[in-house]
Design a protein around this ligand. Sequence first.
Ligand SMILES: C[C@H](O)[C@@H](O)CC(=O)C(=O)O
Ligand SMILES: [Mg+2]
Length: 434
Amino acid sequence: MARGRISRLSVRDIRFPTSLGGHGSDAMHTDPDYSAAYVILETDAEDGLKGYGITFTLGRGTEVVVCAVNALAHHVLNRDLGDIVGDFRGFYRQLTSDGQLRWIGPEKGVVHLATAAILNAVWDLWAKQEGKDPRRLLSCIDFRYITDVLTEEEAHEILQRGQVGKREREEQMLTEGYPAYTTSCAWLGYPDATLQQLCSEALKDGWTRFKVKVGADLQDDIRRCQLIRNMIGPEKTLMMDANQRWDVPEAVEWMARLAEFRPLWIEEPTSPDDILGHAAISKALAPLGIGVATGEQCHNRVIFKQLLQAKALQFLQIDSCRLGSINENLAVLLMAKKFDVPVCPHAGGVGLCELVQHLIIFDFISVSASLKDRMCEYVDHLHEHFKYPVRIKKASYMPPKDAGYSTEMKEESVKKHQYPDGEVWKKLLAAPGD
Ligand SMILES: C[C@H](O)[C@@H](O)CC(=O)C(=O)O
Ligand SMILES: [Mg+2]
C-alpha cells in the first residue's frame, strides 16, 4: 500500500564537467557535460522515504529543464502517493496533458524531459515502499495514440505469456546478468592512443561488444574503425553511432564505405524525426548486413510506433529519461515485443545505466523472454556518484538488489556538482578564460 502525501518537491541542476576529457563526445555533441535535472520527492509518511528522479542533459539547458519541473510541480504537491499510483495512467495523462504546458510539448522536448524526471522519482518512491509488482503495470500505461497497434488486451496477453518460464529467467539474470556492450572506448573526441588503451583494457575485462562513434569525417572513421576492428578481431561485435549527422543518401553512401568493418548496426544515421528516412536507410543497408538502431532522441511512444510500423529500425533503443518514465517505456517494450524487434537500450549519459538496467531486465523476464540480438549499452562514467551504482560482471549487468529505481545520488556529489555554485563549478568558472 503506497503511503504519504507529497509534501515537498525539490529540483537541482547537477553537472559533471565530462567535456574536459572528451567523455561522451560524438559527431554532433562535441563537448557534452553529462548533467541532470535531479528531482527529490518527500512525503509526510513516517517511513521518511524519499523518491529520487533524474532526466539526462548535456550541461547548458539543464536550468531550462529545472524550470519546467517547477512548472509541473503543482500536479504533484499535496497529492497522496496512493492516489497517484492508484490511477497512474490518469496521473501520467494529467502531467502530459496540462492544458497550458502541453503547448510547449506535447509529450516532447523540455517539458517531456521534466515529466520523466518527476515520474522517475515517483517510481523510485513507490518501488521503495512496495517493491515491484508487474501485475499493476498495465494500469500505468497511457494507451492513447497507440491502440491501432497495441490494445490493452493485447498487452495483457503479452504479459500473461511472459509468465511462462519467468522463474528460470529470473534465476538466469541472478547468475549470469544481462549482456552489455561498451561505448566508453571510442568517443569521438578521444585520440587514437586513448581508444587503443581503453579497448585493450576492455578486452582484458571480457568485453565482446563495442560501439564506436562515427560521422564527422569519413577518413577519420575508416582509420578508427580499422583500428578497433583489428584490436577486437573478426568475431566480436562492433556497432557504429552517427548521432544524426547525415542526410539519408549520405548515410547510405557513408555506411557503404564502413561496411568492410562489419558493423551490426548504424545508430541514429539521420534526424530522429525522419521515420521514412530511417526506413529507406534500413532497406538500403539490409543487403550489407547492417541494421538501423535508434531511439535515444525519440520523443515518445507515437514515434516508436511509427518507426515499428514503417520497418524503420532493426534495434530499438529505449531511453529511461527521454520518454515519460517507466509508464511510457512499458508501452514501447510491449510494442517492440508485438513487432518482434529487439530492444537494446540507450545508456550513454549520467545515471542512464542505473535506470535502464531495471527496464531491460524486466523486459527479459516478463516481456521478450529472449536474449537474441539483445544487449544493453554501458558507459563507464560517473557511477561513483550514485548511492546504488550498477554492478557489471563479465560484461553483463547484474540485477540491482536495492529497492527503488537506483536514482539517488550521493549528497556529497550533488553538493560539489550543483551548477553554478558547487565547489567544482566555482573553481572551473573562476578559471582564466571563462
Ligand atoms: C552525448 C552522448 O554522450 C551521446 O553521444 C550518447 C550516445 O549517443 C550513445 O550512448 O549512444
Ligand atoms: Mg547513440
